[in-house]
Design a protein around this ligand. Structure first.
Ligand SMILES: NC(=O)c1ccc[n+]([C@@H]2O[C@H](COP(=O)([O-])OP(=O)(O)OC[C@H]3O[C@@H](n4cnc5c(N)ncnc54)[C@H](O)[C@@H]3O)[C@@H](O)[C@H]2O)c1
Length: 329
């Protein structure tokens, strides 16, 4: 059994607590600053060690931690825990700036710890199959990526006005909160984004001023990419179309489908896919984290890949202000 500390048991931290529990491979403790929430979640999940601060938690030994606090706290917390040699699963986005990131990378390497970033879509079996097909070269070289997405955020996150989402400085706005998933998945599928131009604005969400609508154009090596997202449409849509030299692949999440076409005006070939519950992805991610700690697997999203997607977020934010193409640096 691995001793795993969940830090921050708000929306996603509670999910991690439940999903690590479902692996049956972890002794869990939690750390939460909000006293009411701390007591409620500890009671609900039968957690004996529930700390009110990281300092308090550090009095005891832990093998690893899942950092589920707002994003501006991720890197300072990760640096502190890496110094103690703890393995880390850090929620996305890695941060809201480049500050401290190099120090974290150096420390993680020096201490030989596992450091993963929680871009959980990498655990989706149909997307993993899509990546396999692309990597195997079955459809030739990828040329174009089109990602279309949107969801009714007030339905899925009624508290959006009261949490980190309302401010870019705490990881808020559509780019850092939502589009970053598409960015990370797009980079996983066809390679890193080198440069981009981004148009983003606030269109509809009440009670906030951050952007809720984004259009992003990218260059990813030889691939031209386009990513669009809004946070108010009815369909919870999340799609990736990858056009390759000898075939077009399409992943869609609502309902889940993976299909491809190789002949102009031909038939789609549909891969068998299973509906996946959101918790399933988090249980798979938790199990993989423990596998990586045990030396049995590679991280689904390494720290290096998480840093690259952070750089893309920051370039997209810069471009949305400058209205210019920006290099990812
Ligand atoms: N992977 C995903 O699909 C996904 C989904 C939602 C959120 N997230 C990410 O997870 C992070 C948290 O998001 P959330 O929606 O759970 O936010 P949240 O506000 O619901 O929860 C954050 C929790 O951290 C606690 N906290 C803050 N500072 C603390 C400290 N110093 N010590 C202990 N606890 C502290 C807060 O009290 C709060 O309960 C963000 O980075 C967000 O981008 C990821």
């Amino acid at each position: 059994m691995h001793r795993v500390l969940i830090i921050g048991v708000g929306s996603i931290g509670e999910r991690h607590l439940r999903c690590f529990g479902r692996t049956g491979r972890a002794n869990l403790s939690l750390c939460e600053a909000n006293a009411d929430l701390r007591q409620r979640i500890a009671g609900q999940y039968g957690i004996v060690s529930a700390y009110s601060s990281l300092d308090e938690a550090m009095v005891h030994e832990h093998d690893g931690a899942v950092i589920c606090t707002p994003s501006q706290l991720h890197v300072p917390m990760a640096v502190e825990l890496a110094r103690r040699g703890m393995h880390l699963l850090i929620e996305k986005p890695l941060s809201v700036s480049a500050e401290g990131v190099e120090e974290l990378q150096t420390l993680a390497q020096a201490k030989g710890i596992v450091a993963m970033v929680g871009y959980v879509w990498r655990m989706h079996p149909a997307l993993a199959r899509m990546k396999q097909l692309i990597d195997a070269g079955r459809f030739g070289r990828p040329l174009q990526l089109v990602s279309v997405s949107g969801q009714h955020f007030p339905t899925y996150r009624p508290a959006y006005r009261d949490v980190y989402y309302r401010d870019r400085a705490t990881g808020g706005g559509a780019i850092q909160d939502a589009l970053t998933h598409n960015i990370n998945t797009g980079e996983w599928l066809v390679g890193p984004i080198d440069r981009l131009v981004c148009d983003a604005t606030h269109q509809l969400l009440e009670g906030v001023e951050v952007e809720d609508t984004v259009h992003l154009l990218t260059r990813q090596g030889g691939v031209l990419g386009s990513y669009t997202l809004n946070q108010y449409q009815a369909p919870p849509e999340w799609s990736f179309r990858i056009v390759c030299e000898a075939g077009t692949l399409l992943f869609d999440n609502y309902p889940v489908q993976l299909k491809w076409m190789t002949e102009p005006g031909g038939e789609w070939t549909c891969a068998p896919v299973a509906e996946v519950e959101r918790d399933d992805l988090f249980v798979a991610q938790a199990a993989r984290f423990l596998d990586v700690v045990e030396g049995k697997a590679m991280p689904p999203c390494s720290l290096v890949e998480g840093v690259q997607s952070l750089r893309v977020n920051l370039a997209a934010l810069r471009s949305s202000e400058s209205r210019q193409w920006e290099g990812v640096r």
